[in-house]
Design a protein around this ligand. Sequence first.
Ligand SMILES: Cn1cnc(CNC(=O)c2cc(-c3ccc(F)cc3)cc(O)c2O)c1
Ligand SMILES: [Mg+2]
Length: 214
Amino acid sequence: TRSTRPQRLLKAVKQHATRGDPQSVISAIDHFCRHREWAMNVGDEKGCILDSVVSELNPEKVLELGTYCGYSTVRIARLLPPGARLITLEFNPDYAVIARQVIAWAGIEDKVQLVEGASEDWIPRMKEHFGIETFDLVFLDHWKDHYLPDTKLMEGCGLLRKGTVLLADNVICPGVPDYLEYVRNSRSYKSCYFKSHLEYTRAEDGLEKSVFLG
Ligand SMILES: Cn1cnc(CNC(=O)c2cc(-c3ccc(F)cc3)cc(O)c2O)c1
Ligand SMILES: [Mg+2]
């Protein structure tokens, strides 16, 4: 039967990227998505904004909601200091199978824990299951109608501390209007918008960076 897009993306990584070289994995995926098949990775343009937020923050504990093929997982993990940890949640088992191989090819598996399941099931279990107190950075890139409920759930579970940064993808396209309204109007967040483009296209999109004020 016909292969899936994630399978073809993984094949491109294995053909064009060097094992243990995260940058070559990122470049291979961006080339594949720009010249062969579009895929919903955060991409190179928004990826540079993601890189700058991670580099400035130097986070020890990172949560990613929505792994997909592991592109942003690799982007973030390659910048983490030794001992720092990234937990990435993916609901779709077919995506998880591909993401594990992309993460392994990049050689950053020792910084990453990929967890399969629903974010609303795992967020309440972060503390007891992973020994996490609070996160320094959360990258939201999963189902767009889950951004707001999951943010409220993280608040309720005490997973956010003064200074925790939420970085949300796709706040324009596909868009997350309820989440944007919340973080931009809540006195518990200081929020700002980084204007960019939808990955590999000329359509507007951007990242919203929201600092939790406690
Ligand atoms: C099925 N599924 C599993 N995970 C998810 C969560 N991600 C998205 O939905 C997502 C969608 C788009 C997008 C799709 C079509 C289009 F025309 C424009 C934009 C871009 C992204 O960067 C995304 O993260 C969806
Ligand atoms: Mg996205």
